[in-house]
Design a protein around this ligand. Structure first.
Ligand code: OGA
Ligand code: MN
Length: 275
């Protein structure tokens, strides 16, 4: 396989690999190393079935089944992100997936199934680059802090419990997911690199600070992570696939294509407890 860096901070294009075939151990090691180094990998022309996508993801760890998002009818581990006028996009904010659990995902694989004629790009940002760009006194302030991550911040009832059926699933999800606490700056368990681990999607407050201090610091960090220098933007083609390290990255799905429809399939790999 061939790996081409897409920018200084984050992102690489991987070619000369067929993701429909099971990876041999050498390919798997190579991909894993590339994922740690580049944080998000892009692949083109991968016409992968939901079963193949699940199996590829499962080679990297146990899979997460999302408590709210719809599942593929045949493969529960595949989330259907099918957005249109009836189900408008909700990922147009900078977020790290599923940080509302004790062991947030290690990574995720997203496959483009159906795309609008233009728009619907996705951006990823490096929490490592964002942290390293801060001054030493700012890093020293953030280093010992912890933050609360709340399921309800991204999955409010008004949006995800609109029908009686949705309500049942949403209430079970809410009851199963009280807020959790994670370090504001986490250490990558493989590379040992440190980076920013608060996100607009789920982080509700910094535990050790007064409310106004917490609000101000989170607002600054939300703005900071979005600095273009820390990001890569992918313009999807059908059957492109992105594989990101979810531990120290955030992503933003541009919601600029309605009334057109966009369909993505996601498989999510569970990770370990942030430290
Ligand atoms: C996701 C997500 C991005 C997209 O799958 O976690 O945020 O571009 N989707 O659909
Ligand atoms: Mn996401």
């Amino acid at each position: 396989m061939h790996i081409q860096k897409l920018g200084p901070a984050i992102g690489a294009l991987v070619t000369d690999i067929d993701l429909r075939q099971a990876l041999n151990s050498e390919q798997q090691t190579h991909l894993h190393e590339a994922l740690i180094e580049h944080q998000v990998l892009f692949f083109e022309g991968q016409d992968i079935t939901p079963h193949q996508q699940r199996d590829l993801a499962a080679a990297f760890g146990d899979l997460h089944i999302h408590p709210v998002y719809p599942q593929h009818p045949e493969v529960a581990e595949i989330i259907l992100l099918d957005t249109s006028m009836d189900n408008p996009p909700d990922n147009d904010n900078w977020h790290t997936d599923v940080t509302f659990i004790e062991t947030p995902p290690l990574g995720a694989l997203l496959s483009a199934q159906h795309l609008p004629s233009s728009g619907g790009d996705t951006l990823w940002a490096s929490g490592i680059a964002a942290y390293e760009a801060l001054s030493a006194p700012m890093r020293a302030l953030l280093d010992p802090l912890s933050a609360e991550h709340d399921f309800l911040q991204s999955f409010p009832a008004w949006r995800f419990a609109r029908t009686p059926q949705e309500r049942i699933r949403w209430e079970a999800a809410r009851d199963k997911h009280p807020p959790v606490t994670h370090p504001v700056i986490r250490t990558h368990p493989v590379s040992g690199r440190r980076g920013l681990f608060v996100n607009e999607g789920f982080t509700s407050r910094i535990v050790e600070l007064q409310k106004k201090e917490s609000d101000a610091l989170l607002a600054f960090l939300r703005e900071h992570i979005a600095k273009p220098e820390f990001t890569v933007r992918w313009r999807w083609k059908r059957h492109d696939l992105a594989f990101w390290d979810n531990r120290l990255t955030q992503h933003y799905a541009t919601a600029d294509y309605l009334p057109q429809r966009r369909i993505m399939h996601r498989a999510t790999i569970l990770g370990d407890k942030p430290f």
